[in-house]
Design a protein around this ligand. Structure first.
Ligand SMILES: C[S@@+](CC[C@H](N)C(=O)[O-])C[C@H]1O[C@@H](n2cnc3c(N)ncnc32)[C@H](O)[C@@H]1O
Length: 380
């Protein structure tokens, strides 16, 4: 159902896994409101909308609610808010989700036919005291001005996933047309954003970076990271999925999900490229099967490079600070580097084996735990 839409597949993979992991964690202590600001349906290929973000969310959240009830005997309230500006699409959306709106079973759905930014007050009231998970998946870069929507992030606990449409935005970031420049103000911190770009980065990537920094500030997020999703049949980014969280656990979970999604996307891209080659030559490439393995390996090579950078960074942080708990090291290294907690454990073990840091977590096959002290050896 995702043939030719491998990027959407990667986006839905991340959304699904993210909701599975996060919803389950959050529901142990709080009710959830999932907000899908740009719901669709949009380019779906199924009759039951199982390839659309709103139906993926409904099915994962229903399942999480059931599992929490079975495990803990508590029925948490789940609310879903779906906004869609296209009148026809909204009518389809409203009808598709109606059977799942069961307030008596603590599962409530509200749809809004209009612009996401105009629904903010209604969404805020709908969220009440619950934990908001906000998904913003536009077709361009307008429709979610931070000044208008930032109140939604103003909860002690809150998470956001935003599809930053890199390929599209990248085509316009060097434009001097005043209207184009102004149209990016709402997500880049206001007028003058061109002066705030990191000149060491290519323009497009500098804009993506400024976007994340802006999101971190306006939403008071502790961490904002992004996952690059490449085009299926070309070696360049299609979009970045930016993730903002106020919790270190959220960051850890997201990096795990990202790793699995990147490997799966690499496999799907290899298949899409094989199909494209076949179409062009009308002959099947007998060796194409190896391609997927090659691309998945590339993901692990990226991890190795990131590990080497993180290794150096950890040593310089320790030179300044001397010692810190492992949990803090994880937060510091996972935001700038595409790594998982397991990689950071391996980095610490390797540094201890090389005599650069103390082994405070014990010998054998043990690895550092959250409260293990990471201490620089005096001679380093
Ligand atoms: C990329 S599609 C969403 C796809 C969907 N999230 C999914 O993954 O299945 C964007 C949708 O947002 C709608 N849209 C565009 N501008 C909007 C706005 N300002 N507010 C709400 N919806 C909007 C479009 O009509 C379209 O259906």
């Amino acid at each position: 159902m995702y043939t030719g839409r491998e990027q959407t597949q990667a986006k839905h993979f991340i959304l699904k896994r993210y909701l599975q992991v996060l919803a389950f964690k959050v529901l142990t202590f709080q009710d959830i409101t999932f907000v899908d600001g740009f719901s669709g349906p949009w380019e779906t290929k199924t009759d039951d909308f199982r390839d659309s973000s709103f139906m993926i969310a409904i099915s994962v959240l229903q399942d999480a609610q059931k599992k929490i009830f079975e495990a803990r005997g508590v029925r948490r309230r789940i609310r879903c808010f779906f906004s869609e500006s296209d009148a026809q699409a909204h009518a389809v959306l409203r009808e598709a989700v109606a059977p799942f709106d069961k307030p008596d079973a603590f599962f409530e759905i509200r749809t809004y036919g209009g612009q996401f930014e105009d629904a903010v007050a209604e969404i805020q009231e709908f969220i009440g005291g619950s934990f908001p998970l906000i998904f913003i998946d536009p077709t361009g870069w307008t429709g979610y001005p931070f000044d208008k929507i930032k109140i939604l992030f103003d909860h002690p606990r809150c998470e956001v996933l935003i599809n930053f449409m890199f390929d599209f935005i990248n085509r316009f970031v060097s434009s001097d047309d005043p209207n184009t420049v102004d149209s990016l103000n709402p997500i880049l911190g206001g007028p003058g954003w061109r002066d705030r770009l990191d000149v060491a980065l290519p323009r497009g990537l500098a804009v993506e970076r400024l976007f994340r920094d802006t999101l971190r500030n306006v939403g008071n997020f502790r961490y904002v990271v992004s996952t690059k999703i490449d085009k299926a049949t070309a070696d360049r980014p299609h979009f970045f999925l930016a993730y903002g969280t106020k919790s270190a656990d959220g960051l850890k979970a997201f990096r795990d999900i990202e790793y699995n999604a990147s490997r799966e996307h690499a496999r799907n891209r290899a298949n899409a490229q094989e199909r494209q080659r076949e179409l062009k030559s009308r002959t099947s490439d007998l060796f194409a099967g190896h391609q997927a393995g090659v691309q998945e390996e590339t993901i692990d090579e990226i991890v190795d490079t990131q590990k080497a950078n993180a290794d150096r960074e950890l040593l310089s942080i320790l030179l300044a600070r001397g010692k810190m708990p492992f949990s803090e090291v994880v937060g510091l290294l996972l935001e700038p580097h595409i790594l998982r907690e397991t990689n950071v454990k391996d980095i610490c073990v390797a540094l201890a084996n090389a005599g650069k840091i103390e082994n405070t977590w014990g010998g054998g096959r043990r690895k550092p735990q959250a409260d293990s002290a990471i201490i620089l050896k005096p001679n380093v």
